[in-house]
Write a protein that binds this ligand. Structure first.
Ligand SMILES: Cc1ncc(COP(=O)(O)O)c(C=O)c1O
Length: 386
């Protein structure tokens, strides 16, 4: 039996979602833009899903733009707002954004858009004073993450939204990790644009959405047949969107239960790790963190070695470092929090979700001390032989 503790990377599909998608794949094959009964049926499925997603986030159905995921939604928000509003003006973002916000803003910075990245403190909290000083009439857009994917640290979105609103600056929030874990209600928080992805809350991969509040002008990123009211060209992936709709409804009805169960398991895991494994440190503000996320530094061990060792024991987790082309890069988010590359490399992210239970959590905290001791011995031997 595998123990899956990597729900921030992706989540298993819920049975209800799978059943709805299977039906839709078979029955909703028409093109929603077609003027016949088959088209109308597909269009009905699409609009039904739009209503469910809108209900989850407290928006109007017409404000939802379906996309291929949060990466596309983030690009659409950033380029769409920036380029719809004339000359190059300042973009303000944070030092702990997901690459799908960090890279497009970086690329725009490289071609002349003034770009500011707001710093975070050692606990991953945004410097709100610095943010306030960057909000000037010249700012085209502020884009901040609602909950950080690696550390789980939650941004003070209400305060940021009030600040942006008071200065007349549009605010985009990447809520990919927040949906299904925290209340995300745009009828209570004045956020202008919001991105999310279905596979992070037990829906399918390759589908997500951008909420665009009001009638804000937005330049399309994908131009084509005028779908999604001209904001995203291309025939929509109806069965995936149907799955997103069901996942959204489940997330709305189960939110409190998911948050309570997640927090209980996450806290139990941390207590177990702290009690049994020496020299560990929790990364990120523990008072303001996603209920399902625990990021731990196992000092003097290599995260990727631990991930492999845990995988060998049937446990799926993720390292704070991304592995690309064989090279290990320390997590930019942890570096932004002031960790050294070695400290960042020693971090592991545990993220709990549907299917986890107390027995699994206790098993993981029991097998960890031995695996950590071995990883530390290996790191020491490698350090010594250099
Ligand atoms: C915070 C955040 N934003 C955006 C994304 C991108 O989502 P997708 O890969 O579904 O486009 C992720 C996925 O890891 C994420 O965690």
């Amino acid at each position: 039996m595998r123990i899956y503790l990597d729900h921030n990377a992706t989540t298993p599909l819920r049975d209800e979602v799978l059943a709805a998608m299977a039906r839709s794949l078979r029955d909703d094959f028409g093109n929603p833009s077609s003027a016949h009964a088959e088209g109308a049926r597909a269009k009905g499925a699409l609009e039904d899903a739009r209503e469910r997603v809108a209900a989850l986030v407290g928006a109007r159905p017409g404000e939802i733009v379906f996309t291929s995921g949060a990466t596309e939604a983030n690009q659409l928000a950033i380029h769409g707002i920036a380029t719809a509003t004339g000359p190059r003006r300042r973009l303000v973002t944070s030092g702990v954004e997901h690459p799908s916000v960090a890279e497009p803003t970086e690329a725009m910075g490289a071609v002349g858009w003034p770009l500011t990245r707001i710093a975070v403190d050692p606990d991953g909290r945004l410097d709100l004073e610095a943010l306030a000083t960057e909000l000037e009439a010249e700012t085209a857009l502020v884009s901040v993450i609602w909950a950080q994917n690696e550390t789980g640290v939650v941004s003070p979105i209400e305060r940021i939204a009030e600040l942006c609103r008071s200065r007349g600056v549009p605010l985009h929030v990447d809520a990919t990790q927040a949906i299904g874990k925290l209340p995300v209600r745009l009828d209570r928080v004045p956020v202008d644009l919001l991105s999310a992805s279905a596979h992070k809350f037990n829906g399918p991969k390759g589908v997500g959405f951008l909420v665009v509040r009001g009638e804000r002008p937005l330049a399309p990123w994908l131009r084509g047949g005028g779908q999604e009211r001209g904001r995203r060209g291309g025939t929509p992936n109806v069965p995936a969107i149907v799955g997103l709709g069901v996942a959204a409804e489940l997330a709305a009805t189960e939110l409190d239960e998911r948050a309570a169960c997640g927090a209980a398991l996450r806290d139990r895991l941390w207590r177990g790790i702290e009690a049994k494994t020496p020299s560990v440190r929790r990364n990120g503000d523990p008072t303001c963190v996603l209920p399902n996320t625990l990021n731990v530094e196992f000092t003097a061990a290599a995260g990727e070695v631990l991930v492999e060792a845990l995988d060998g024991e049937g446990v799926a987790v993720s390292a704070g470092a991304a592995c690309a082309s064989g090279a290990v890069h320390p997590s930019p988010a942890l570096l932004a929090m002031g960790r050294t590359p070695a400290e960042a490399r020693a971090a592991i992210r545990f993220s709990v979700g549907h299917g986890n239970d107390v027995g699994q959590i206790d098993h993981v905290s029991t097998i960890l001390p031995d695996l950590v001791a071995r990883a530390r011995a290996l790191a020491a031997a490698e350090g010594g032989s250099r």
